[in-house]
Design a protein around this ligand. Structure first.
Ligand code: ZN
Length: 156
């Protein structure tokens, strides 16, 4: 199995069995996102504790395999991390999806980097980039408590 096949395998697996697809009880931050081009919808729920650590994160939604896999991998990866670390990871991921060849964050294990790199294949397909980044922009909105629905058509 080559790297491309491994990446596809991981995406399909997460797309089929998304992690954290539920609603967090007693969440204290949330945000919704919508990608009208593809029809992806996501609602991210966060429970931050008093130390600004993500105690729990979950999502509800529906959409294509890429959007579901991305939300699944994202929620899996940021759980237990502190808010400032999460912001750095989001920036790193969005940078990688748009232009950077690799991830730079020190807050990511090698394993986690591999999972995120699975989504790097979408770079060649601008429409798919919006599928992959939807849940990440929505997470940012939840953290910042903007109370604004993310619409991927209005993002660059
Ligand atoms: Zn999609």
């Amino acid at each position: 199995m080559n790297l491309k096949e491994l990446y596809q395998e991981i995406i399909l697996e997460h797309g089929k069995n998304p992690r954290n697809l539920r609603k967090t009880e007693n969440f204290n931050k949330d945000a919704k996102g919508h990608n009208p081009l593809c029809g992806d919808k996501v609602h991210v729920y966060l429970k931050l504790n008093e130390n600004k650590k993500i105690e729990d994160i979950s999502f509800e939604g529906s959409g294509c395999a890429i959007s579901m896999a991305s939300a699944s991998i994202m929620t899996d990866l940021v759980k237990g991390k502190e808010e400032h670390e999460v912001k750095e990871i989001i920036e790193d991921f969005l940078g990688m999806i748009k232009e950077n060849p690799e991830l730079k964050s020190k807050n990511l294990e090698e394993d986690d980097k591999t999972k995120l790199m699975c989504l790097s294949g979408v770079k060649q397909y601008p429409m798919r980039v919006k599928c992959a980044t939807l849940s990440w922009h929505t997470l940012t909105s939840a953290i910042n408590n903007t109370q604004e629905e993310i619409n991927s058509e209005r993002l660059d």
